[in-house]
Write a protein that binds this ligand. Structure first.
Ligand SMILES: Nc1ncnc2c1ncn2[C@@H]1O[C@H](COP(=O)(O)OP(=O)(O)OP(=O)(O)O)[C@@H](O)[C@H]1O
Ligand SMILES: [Mg+2]
Length: 394
């Protein structure tokens, strides 16, 4: 069977029709946006580990509240942005992109002044290009500017759902924390109805940085958190994705894919994608699955293990240790020590520390002291492959 495109999208937000799970959080968010639309600003902080599905969740909710609540969803990616000037430019650029094709765009067109540029062949896209000197005042007047837009389109849209994704760079600065606090204070004291919900998205530790920079911010935010999917949800996703592409999955094959995905959305896509390309007959069996799992493990090792640790893990000495410890069940320090020679013992704690820093292993809450488990099932597979394909140390 010829293949064209895989239904799996490792690394980019999932298409809405393949989105699974998150029922409780979706309901929670829908309620917050509903409260906002009724006229009071809402502020949400969405956290979760890298690759757990924050952007996908935001995109899904944005689409939902556009349909159900007639809100205008604007999803701004701020990865790499670390100044307020840059941030506001991104925000208004995205508002422009979301609205310029609407029949009612003329209502707000004037607010962008002369600074709208057609980009791409045939002007397929637009870009907001304000002079840099205009940005500081846009930072200062952000509450009014947003309020004006929302007011002008109030016949067409019930409110705004503004998603500031990947605020990791900004969250380090006290400037951003203070600016956000005064944004919220200003809205509360100087504006009437303000049907705007803002959702910041960042890693859990970024929320702590913001809290440290501006403690009263924490009273402002409602916190939403997303975590691993359940095995049932992973199973549902993998099966749907394959079936949608006209491919049947044997139950045992599905079982292994689910087990190795370990509830992690990023892994279910990496695994699904690798297995998809192994299959040749439209039926996923054990053979396709194992070939795909090995390919996925290799990919995941290359892509997600930090290059420095990835190199370190391939050093002959570490590899020989890893060859002795890599089983799917985790690492017990005392048991491993007993298997190592004296040189290896000398570096073992270093290796453990590296694996922990890299978030490859974590303390096993159910085990004794010195017991660690792998954070997912693909890493030990990768490690056992890496350690068995290398020549033994000289
Ligand atoms: N609910 C879901 N259903 C199906 N696939 C999902 C779901 N959530 C996330 N994914 C997939 O998992 C991967 C990671 O998702 P996403 O990029 O949304 O995570 P993230 O938390 O925003 O990551 P980062 O921390 O890198 O920004 C992507 O391949 C995405 O398609
Ligand atoms: Mg993201």
């Amino acid at each position: 069977m010829p293949k064209d495109t895989s239904p799996f999208t490792p690394g980019s937000p999932v298409p809405v029709d393949l989105f699974v799970g998150r029922g409780t959080q979706i309901e929670e968010l829908r309620r917050y946006v509903e409260l906002a639309v009724a006229g009071r600003q809402e502020n949400i902080f969405l956290t979760g580990d890298r690759g757990i599905g924050k952007s996908s969740f935001a995109a899904f909710v944005s689409e939902l509240v556009s349909k159900k609540l007639n809100a205008l969803g604007v999803h701004v990616f701020l990865g790499g942005v670390d100044s307020l000037d840059d941030m506001v430019e991104h925000v208004f650029d995205q508002i422009l992109k979301e609205t310029h094709r609407q029949s009612w765009f003329e209502k707000i067109e004037g607010m962008f002044g002369q600074h709208v540029q057609q980009v791409g062949l045939f002007g397929v896209s637009v870009k907001f290009t304000p002079p840099p000197s205009a940005l500081p005042s846009l930072v200062r007047n952000f509450p009014e500017a947003i309020g004006n837009i929302v007011a002008k389109i109030s016949d067409e849209r019930a409110g705004l759902f503004l998603i500031l994704d990947d605020i990791n760079g900004l969250a380090e600065s006290a400037e951003f924390a203070n600016w956000y606090k005064s944004f919220v204070d200003q809205v509360a004291t100087q504006f009437g109805p303000y049907p705007v919900a803002v959702m910041l998205i960042g890693l859990p530790e970024k929320r702590d940085s913001l809290a440290a920079a501006q403690p009263s911010l924490m009273r402002i935010f409602r916190v939403a958190h997303i975590d691993r999917l359940s095995d049932e949800e992973v199973s549902e996703f993998i099966e749907q994705a394959f079936n949608g592409a006209g491919i049947v999955v044997e139950p045992q094959a599905l079982h292994f894919m689910v087990m190795f995905a370990s509830g992690l959305p990023i892994l279910m896509h990496e695994i699904g994608d690798a297995v998809f390309w192994e299959d040749e007959d439209g039926i996923i069996d054990d053979k396709d699955t194992w070939a795909g799992l090995f390919a996925a493990a290799q990919n995941v090792g290359n892509k997600y293990l930090d290059p420095t640790v990835y190199r370190a893990l391939r050093s002959p000495r570490y590899l020989s240790i890893l060859g002795k410890i890599a089983g799917p069940y985790g690492i017990k320090r005392s048991e491993v020590m007993a298997k190592l020679d004296i040189d290896e013992r000398g570096v073992f704690d270093n290796l453990l520390r590296k694996l922990r820093e890299l978030n490859v292993i974590e303390p096993d809450p159910d085990g004794p002291r010195g017991a660690y488990r792998f954070v997912n099932q693909i890493y030990p597979l990768y490690i056992s492959m890496a350690s068995s394909t290398q020549p033994p140390p000289a």
